[in-house]
Design a protein around this ligand. Structure first.
Ligand code: G1P
Length: 297
């Protein structure tokens, strides 16, 4: 299906301090999940949804990220000389994936500020935002569905997932009204990272957004919120009230999502994705069964 969304914005300016010392010299987006940098899964997801223009909003220390999506001429030459076609393909897949652009965030003033930095590149079209900490299983289309809802309803769209109540303080939390479509809700309220025990629901924003360009003037007017940062969630709440501009809808996602945002979830994501792989899965499954048996109770 054709849709007008051709650009994706991927904020990648975070310091990744939860993963120190691994992220001292390496951007956290480049940490491998199995054998591929986390960020490549996210770009692949955008491409699967038909979006090939990708803008990274980066900070300092992001050379490895730029190199990853660029040609690696010397490495390719060596592999070609060896006739190692399989590895050559592995090297080239990230280069040929998308048309990649970069803008620096400058001051680290929050997710809303990072998205605002994409304004000159995106211009007057709707666009997608994908956060690198979330990997969505390639078998469970989410962004495609969000683009569909955006097209049909001419609205901004966020991805929502039910989370455990004790996790709600880590997310933007939505209050919603049902629509006639089972997986689509109208967003009525949003609160960024509510204090533990105060979340108005357990529907959390996961890191996928389809935004109309009207979000830019709203972001420009959005005052610093939670943590003193300009919060995308706060700007989205304003959009939710702009009924004339289609308001804000949520797609409730019930598929497989792997969180790579903190160390425990990152380790789980590696195991979950590796057991699914044809090359690694059988060996890992067999070993896991045996290993788990050594734990006792
Ligand atoms: C951001 C958003 C939050 C959202 C989350 C999803 O927070 O501010 O609303 O729920 O991403 O991963 P972060 O995790 O970057 O602190």
């Amino acid at each position: 299906m054709r849709h007008p969304v051709t650009k994706a914005v991927i904020p990648a300016a975070g310091l990744g301090t939860r993963f120190l010392p691994a992220t001292k010299a390496l951007p956290k987006e480049m940490l491998p999940v199995v054998d591929k940098p986390a960020i490549q899964y996210v770009v692949e997801e955008a491409v699967r949804a038909g979006i090939r223009d990708v803008l990274f909003v980066t900070g300092r220390n992001k050379n490895a990220l730029e190199n990853h999506f660029d040609r690696a001429t010397e490495l390719e030459m060596i592999l070609r000389r060896k006739g190692d076609e399989a590895k050559l393909l592995r090297v080239a897949e990230s280069t040929d994936l998308a048309n990649v652009h970069y803008v620096r965030q400058g001051d680290p003033k929050g997710l809303g500020h990072a998205v605002l930095r994409s304004k000159a590149h995106v211009g007057g079209d709707s666009f997608a935002v994908l956060l690198g900490d979330d990997i969505i299983d390639s078998r469970d289309p989410l962004l495609e569905r969000m683009l569909e809802v955006h097209d049909q309803r001419d609205t901004c769209v966020v991805a929502l997932m039910e989370v455990d109540t004790d996790q709600a303080h880590l997310y933007g939390i939505a209050t919603v009204d049902a629509t006639e479509e089972e997986d689509v809700v109208r967003v009525r309220g949003l609160v960024e990272k509510p204090e533990p025990g105060t979340a108005p629901s357990n529907l959390a924003i996961v890191g996928r957004y389809v935004l109309k360009p009207e979000i830019y003037p709203v972001l420009e007017q959005t005052a610093p919120g939670r943590g003193g940062e300009i919060q995308l969630t706060d700007a989205l709440l304003t959009m939710a009230d702009h009924h004339a501009q289609g308001g804000l809808h949520g797609v409730v996602f019930r598929g497989r999502r792997y969180d790579t945002g903190d160390r425990l979830d990152y380790i789980k994501a590696n195991v979950q994705l590796a057991v699914e792989r044809e090359d690694l899965g059988p060996g890992l499954r067999a070993w896991l069964k045996e290993f788990v048996g050594t734990f006792g109770d």
